[in-house]
Design a binder for this molecule. Sequence first.
Ligand code: AMP
Length: 308
Amino acid sequence: MYHKIVQKIKEFDTIIIHRHSRPDGDALGSQIGLKEAIKATFPKKHVYCVGDMVDRYSFMGEMDIVPNSFYANALVFVLDCSEEKMICDDRYKLAKFIIKIDHHLYKEKYGDLEIVDENEISCASIIARFVFSSGLKLSLKGAEALYTGIITDSGRFRFNCDFKSTFDICSKLFRFPIDVNNIYNNLYIEELETVKLRASLISKFIVDGPIAYLINTYEDVKKYGVSIFNISRGMVGIMGGIKGIDIWANFTEDEDGSVICELRSSKYNINTVATMFGGGGHKLASGASLDSLDKVDLVLAELKKLVE
Ligand code: AMP
């Protein structure tokens, strides 16, 4: 499969890399890492990263502005995205050939060629394996982006995975002088409002037996004054790592009334509940988009069934 991908890269002069919207460190790390690898190996090719950006990860690099006309003869990669509705920037459909690379639990086929490895801790580690196995070159920026993807999706090497092969791929990335301190400084630095918000949300979440949950209305979101991403994905973790809490859920209402639902567990496969509501992800970390806050009770009822 890697061989076919290299063939496709060789075939196209224009390569555009997409990923899911509201990107996390892994989506951006995979995207920037792959761009850097292709550019380092084939300097004459035109390689672009597209999509929305979140402040939290802006230190990793910038997105490119790509006119529609570039797509007609382009190869498109879609990374870290299990289903089409999550892909940021619909124009990926205009490409001549689409390659999907992902590590979430399988949801649907899209594109002309796909690599999905559900056992990989991150999409960035799949990209790194592809780069090293195919003999592609890489740059320091690419190595740092891929390493950032791996550390963010693995919870800084906490979540269960094939540790040996994960550390093995990291040791290859460390052939480059990765500035770990700088990456961690960027990942851990927070706005004062975010720290204060976390403190207030810690006293706000509700505990119902082994399930903890937090509901943020759009009114709350406006009042908090931080991005919806910083509340939904950014705050779900405050309910984790607490004795007796096995499942935690964060519901955040968006401007249009839809609700971002983030589910996490230390031992139950909450992915089954996420897929029931049209979402996806991993066994212990998944998400879904709900039509409205009215659906929250239904999700909680399904989570209760899991623990009973
Ligand atoms: P990851 O992108 O690997 O960090 O996967 C876990 C996160 O992805 C969770 O925050 C989920 O909310 C989100 N996620 C992954 N796939 C989906 C999906 N198909 N629908 C909704 N959320 C998803």
